[in-house]
Design a protein around this ligand. Structure first.
Ligand code: XIL
Length: 321
C-alpha cells in the first residue's frame, strides 16, 4: 500500500482527508483502503464553524470521530485547522470585535481546539497529534494579505497570536501554515517565505509549511522540489497537504495516464526532499472529492475512482515513492 511505500522511502505517512460522513458507507472497499492509509486530516469537521458555532461553545463530535477512527487504526492525524477566512461561524464577523476582544477569541479558539486533542493522537515517537495547520490560506495570489476578519482587525499579528496559543496548548505538535499557489516561484511563495523568516526571527513557534497542491492535469509545477527546498532552508519542514489533480471530464485513458505521470512527479519531488515529511491527498476516492462541486465540469482528481478502484494515478504514487 501507498503508506508502506511512503514509509519505506523515509516519509512519516501517506494519508487522506476524510470526515465522519464518509464512515457511514457500507462499502467494504471503502474501509479496506481507508484503514491502510497512514494519516487522516479532518476535511471540514475541525473548522471554526464546526467547532465553535457559538462564541465560547465548543463541539468536537465530528473531529473526535476522525481522531477515534485514526486511533483505532494507528493512523497519524494532522489537525486542521485553527484560523481560516472560510467556514467561519456567523458570530465571527468583521467590524464586531475590538483588537483586544478578537485577540482573546483567537487565543481561546486555538488553545481550546488544539488543547482538546493534545496527547490524544498517534504516534511518531510519543503520543501527540503530528501537526496542526494553525493558519490556512493567509495570502492572496499576488502575495498581499487576505482581507478577512483576522487581518482587518489584528493586522499580521493574528498569525503569531494563533501560533503562540497553539504552542501553549500542545508543545509537542508541529505547527504549520498552509496555503495553495505557493508550490511554484511567484509573489505568493515569496510572501510565505518572508512570513516564515519574520516569525523565525521573532521566536514565534513555526515548524512547517503545508503546500496544498490542488493541481490541474498536466500543470504540475516544474519547480515544486526547488520551492520545497527553499522553504526547508528557512528552518521548517514541509508537507504536501491537500493533493489532487483534476481534469476536464470525461476522463479518457490518455488523461488517466497523464494523471499517473503527474502524481508520480509530485510524489518524486517530496521524495527528493528529506524534510518533506509526508503526503496527504484531498480525499483518496473520487466519490467524496470536493472538485466537481468547486470546479464544474472537472473531476476524477483522486487516486481511487468513485467505486474505490485504484486508478493509474495510484501506481504513479507508488512509483514516485
Ligand atoms: C474543501 C472541502 O473539501 C469541501 O468539502 C468544502 O465544502 C470546502 O472546502 N483548500 C482548503 C480546504 O484549504 O479546506 C478546502 O476543502 C479545499 C481547498
Amino acid at each position: 500500500p501507498a503508506n508502506a511505500a511512503a514509509q519505506a522511502a523515509g516519509k512519516l505517512y501517506f494519508g487522506s482527508a476524510t470526515d465522519a460522513s464518509e464512515f457511514t458507507s457500507s462499502d467494504y472497499y471503502y474501509s479496506y483502503y481507508l484503514k491502510q492509509l497512514g494519516q487522516l486530516t479532518p476535511e471540514n469537521s475541525m473548522n471554526w464553524n464546526a467547532t465553535e458555532p457559538e462564541q465560547g461553545v465548543f463541539t468536537f463530535a465530528g473531529g473526535d470521530a476522525v481522531v477515534g477512527y485514526a486511533q483505532s487504526n494507528s493512523q497519524l492525524v494532522r489537525g486542521y485547522n485553527c484560523v481560516w477566512y472560510n467556514q467561519l461561524p456567523n458570530w465571527l464577523a468583521n467590524g464586531v470585535f475590538t483588537v483586544a476582544e478578537l485577540t482573546e477569541i483567537v487565543q481561546t479558539h486555538c488553545g481550546t481546539l488544539v488543547g482538546h486533542y493534545e496527547g490524544q493522537v498517534q504516534v511518531v515517537s510519543d503520543l501527540f497529534v503530528h501537526s496542526w495547520d494553525v493558519i490556512n490560506e493567509p495570502f492572496n495570489d499576488d502575495g498581499t494579505w487576505r482581507s478577512d476578519v483576522f487581518y482587518n482587525t489584528l493586522g499580521t499579528s493574528f498569525v503569531s497570536i494563533a501560533l503562540e496559543a497553539a504552542s501553549a496548548a500542545d508543545p509537542n505538535a508541529k505547527l504549520y501554515i498552509n496555503d495553495y499557489n505557493i508550490e511554484f516561484a511567484g509573489p505568493k511563495a515569496t510572501a510565505m517565505m518572508e512570513l516564515i523568516q519574520t516569525l523565525k526571527a521573532s521566536g514565534v513557534p513555526i515548524h512547517g509549511v503545508g503546500l496544498q497542491c490542488h493541481f490541474v492535469l498536466g500543470q504540475v509545477p516544474d519547480d515544486l522540489q526547488t520551492i520545497m527546498e527553499q522553504f526547508v532552508a528557512l528552518g521548517v519542514e514541509v508537507a504536501i497537504t491537500e493533493l489532487d489533480i483534476r481534469m476536464t471530464l470525461p476522463a479518457t485513458n490518455e488523461l488517466l495516464i497523464q494523471q499517473k505521470a503527474d502524481y508520480q512527479s509530485v510524489i518524486s519531488a517530496c521524495n527528493a526532499v528529506p524534510d518533506c515529511v509526508g503526503v496527504t491527498v484531498w480525499d483518496y476516492t473520487d466519490k467524496y472529492s470536493w472538485i466537481p462541486s468547486a470546479f464544474p465540469g472537472q473531476g476524477e482528481a483522486c487516486p481511487w475512482d468513485s467505486s474505490y478502484v485504484q486508478k493509474p494515478a495510484y501506481d504513479g504514487i507508488i512509483a514516485g515513492f
